[in-house]
Design a protein around this ligand. Structure first.
Ligand SMILES: Nc1nc2c(ncn2[C@@H]2O[C@H](COP(=O)(O)OP(=O)(O)O)[C@@H](O)[C@H]2O)c(=O)[nH]1
Ligand SMILES: [Mg+2]
Length: 278
């Protein structure tokens, strides 16, 4: 199975398809998709998060691209991107644009797909504030103050961006207000390659701080049986965080390699498969 691809056939489907198990793989895949569609319908999953955290990359990898094909130099999305799933499950991922000015226009429709049961779950992507920048120099950033070194800037910028992650999670909490039935949520804590050396602080930032408190509000409203949440630390790519002119804001952790990245993608794939198969 390609790394990250959502391929899933329930036990029931597997036995029902047993008689054609000797068919060619492409026929099997077509039949599995058709079977899944008839029994469960299309899978729809919206993906939220700030600009530059890795939403578009996540969608490509979950839909079946290899990490190398999914790699891109960051450009801001203006519209909701629709990415079809290429595995055994028919469906689509909807990547919400992450810039704050686009939220009011594009996010409500995606929340509606959850409240009316068309979407089965949602993904929120965060990256401990290591959001890609679309500026030429860090001095153009709103987080920049006179006299800052690049290290001072990194600390300020990532702190500001973690605040933005919380603000956008609050949008998700409000956006789910009309959802009354079962929904699952995954938080992809992305860019592990940039924070691998401080992973304990990173995980506790999400699992026991304001982020967790906001998740608890969704859970207490829907009831823990109706709201399942998973944190999945991942590295969808391995690269330094740089500005357009090549200033290095944060370096990939030395020792973080392709094996660790693949391990995180396998974990993502396994956990998403479990959630989608419920
Ligand atoms: N270092 C690092 N870079 C990543 C990771 N995932 C994505 N990126 C890069 O971050 C930039 C923004 O990713 P993108 O998917 O376009 O973000 P989006 O704005 O949330 O859709 C791209 O240049 C990606 O290649 C990761 O795990 N680690
Ligand atoms: Mg994008």
């Amino acid at each position: 199975m390609p790394v990250g691809e959502i391929i899933l056939v329930s036990g029931k489907a597997t036995s029902a398809l047993g008689s054609i198990a000797k068919s060619s793989p492409s026929v099997m895949r077509f039949v599995k998709r058709a079977y899944y569609r008839i029994t469960k319908g299309k899978v729809r999953i919206p993906i939220f998060g700030s600009g530059g955290v890795g939403k578009s990359t996540a969608a490509k990898i979950i839909a079946g691209s290899t990490p190398d094909n999914a790699y891109n130099s960051y450009t801001e999305s203006i519209w909701t991107e629709q990415v079809p799933l290429n595995g055994d499950i028919p469906g689509e991922l909807f990547v919400a644009p992450g810039q704050e000015v686009r939220i009011d226009r594009h996010w409500p429709d995606l929340f509606k797909t959850l409240s009316c049961g068309r979407a089965i779950g949602l993904i929120n992507v965060v990256s401990y504030g290591y959001h890609s920048l679309e500026i030429n120099s860090f001095k153009e950033s709103a987080s920049w103050r006179d006299g800052m070194s690049i290290d001072d800037f990194r600390l300020q910028y990532t702190a500001d961006r973690r605040d933005l992650e919380l603000k956008l999670l609050e949008e998700v909490v409000s956006g789910l207000a009309a959802t009354t039935s079962h929904v699952w949520m995954v938080t992809i804590i992305n860019k592990q390659d940039l924070w691998y050396d401080i992973q304990e602080s990173v995980l506790s930032h999400y699992k026991s701080g304001n982020y967790a408190e906001k998740l608890a509000r969704i859970s207490s409203r829907l009831g823990s049986k109706n709201f399942q949440h998973e944190f999945i630390p991942t590295s969808l790519a391995i690269s330094n965080l740089t500005t357009g002119s090549g200033e290095i804001i944060a370096k990939s952790t030395s020792g973080f390699d392709v094996n660790l990245r693949n391990k995180s993608l396998e974990d993502l794939s396994r956990k998403l498969n479990l959630l989608v198969s419920k």
